[in-house]
Write a protein that binds this ligand. Structure first.
Ligand code: GUN
Ligand code: ZN
Length: 429
């Protein structure tokens, strides 16, 4: 790739949060703009004609009417569930026992873990996703496979060893002590190396004893700059189970809070059926929630309260939750978020949807000073969208009255065919 490179086309700019400001003021689609990419970063941007004059030595890559966006950021995934995506007919607990745990068991084999990690990153980059935050399995080798593959691709990713010491099959359980020791060693090995960050990862309260939650809380207290990711209030059966396992807890969140697992670097996946106290506490501490819409409809979990939680001031990211979610595509995920908004009577604007998949997820992951927006100094992770990628989309976008309407057709109907190019760290994948 020649350096510097000038990418020209339509450019998506994030100026503000589209849940606070009017969406079309917060984000702008600039026609005939350019981005200057140097040494893996965006060093300048502006109208294409001015950029050509200012940087005559730059090699131009002309994307025409394609839309240059920040690379998509998938804030909650399980890369080990790649091969069991779209498994039929079960709700959460049965789905875990029937499909997920048997598959995760296979990651005791490092060769299988490496094979799936490579397959997973091929799939997500083909869908325009450049950053993911992943659960691995209980096996340290699965974490090594995930980070080794991401590192080879220069990707900015977050991941961690999933910890479980009860209510999981033999062969898929650690202990409070081994979870602490293995997580600590993996954190020391990978956190802050190249573009990689470690997240402390207790799966969810039902699969951890209080001792294990306490050990995870202790590790987090020793490494407070690390993210901590888990699941919260996804299905009503799960919540009843948590109540029976932790009779003394005030609510589901309290099972984390009581063990040092509630904080501003905490990421709580799903967060659908929250009680008022839980909403208040999550907001008070500044924790992040992660909305996983295709998963919530696929596993039959419920309807996330995006607008209500945004109005209360929560930080919220968007995610596929592969393979509970039914797609690797953040376009499909935005479409599902729109559909859930409709079922709640609060349709989301295209600018809000694309913000959630980029700057919103970056903010949830505390990576917003590095990725998730196209601005000077940001890392050059990009997704270039063809807004007429299929006959069905092309005929609809031909009718569009503005760029937002055009983008909305691709959000609702687009897939990996809409992804013209994915750039990671200043290079085309
Ligand atoms: N809750 C605990 N583990 C999981 C998982 O792997 N997927 C989903 N969707 N929910 C979970
Ligand atoms: Zn999950």
């Amino acid at each position: 790739m020649p350096d510097p490179t000038l990418l020209t086309g339509r450019v998506l700019r994030v100026l503000d949060n589209p849940f606070d400001a009017p969406p079309e003021d917060a984000l702008k689609i600039e026609d005939k703009w350019g981005l200057l990419i140097e040494a893996g970063r965006i060093s300048d941007l502006g109208p294409a004609e001015q950029m050509r004059m200012a940087y005559p030595v730059a090699t131009e890559i002309a994307y025409g009417s394609d839309l240059i966006c920040p690379g998509f950021i998938d804030a909650h995934v399980h890369f080990p569930q790649t091969a069991i995506i779209a498994s039929w007919g079960k709700r959460l607990i049965d789905w875990l026992n029937s499909y997920t745990f048997p598959e995760e068991m296979r990651f005791g084999d490092p060769a299988y873990a490496a094979e799936i990690a490579a397959r997973y990153f091929d799939l997500v980059t083909a869908h325009g996703t450049t950053t993911v935050c992943s659960f691995c399995t209980i096996h340290p080798d699965s974490v090594d496979a995930f980070f080794t593959e991401a590192q080879a691709r220069n990707m900015r990713v977050v991941g961690g060893k999933t910890c479980m010491d009860r209510n999981a099959p033999e062969g898929l359980r650690d202990t409070a002590q081994t979870a602490y020791d293995d997580s600590k060693a993996l954190l020391a090995k990978w956190h802050g190396v190249d573009r990689l960050s470690y997240a402390i990862t207790p799966r969810f309260s039902p699969t951890s004893t209080p001792d294990q939650l306490q050990a995870m809380g202790a590790l987090w207290a020793e490494n407070p700059d690390c993210l901590m990711q888990t699941h919260l209030s996804e299905q009503t059966d799960e919540i009843a189970w948590v109540k029976s396992l932790f009779p003394e807890a005030r609510d589901y969140l309290d099972t984390y809070e009581a063990h040092g697992l509630l904080g501003e670097n905490g990421l709580y996946g799903h967060a659908i059926h929250l009680e008022p106290r839980e909403r208040d506490r999550l907001r008070e501490v500044g924790a992040a929630l992660v909305h996983c819409p295709t998963s919530n409809t696929f596993i039959g979990s419920g309807l996330f309260d995006m607008n209500g939680l945004m109005d209360e001031g929560h930080r919220i990211g968007l995610a596929t939750d592969t393979g509970g979610g039914s797609s690797f595509s953040m376009l499909r995920t935005m479409a599902a978020a729109y559909e859930i908004g409709q079922l709640r009577g609060t349709p989301l604007h295209a600018a809000q949807l694309i913000w959630l998949a980029t700057a919103g997820s970056a903010t949830a992951l505390k990576l917003d000073r590095r990725v998730g927006a196209l601005a000077r100094g940001m890392e050059a992770d990009l997704c270039v969208l063809d807004l007429s990628s299929t006959p069905a989309i092309a005929q609809r976008s031909a009718r569009a009255e503005d760029s937002w309407e055009e983008l909305f057709a691709t959000i609702m109907m687009g897939d990996d065919r809409a992804v013209r190019a994915t750039w990671v760290n200043g290079k085309v994948v």
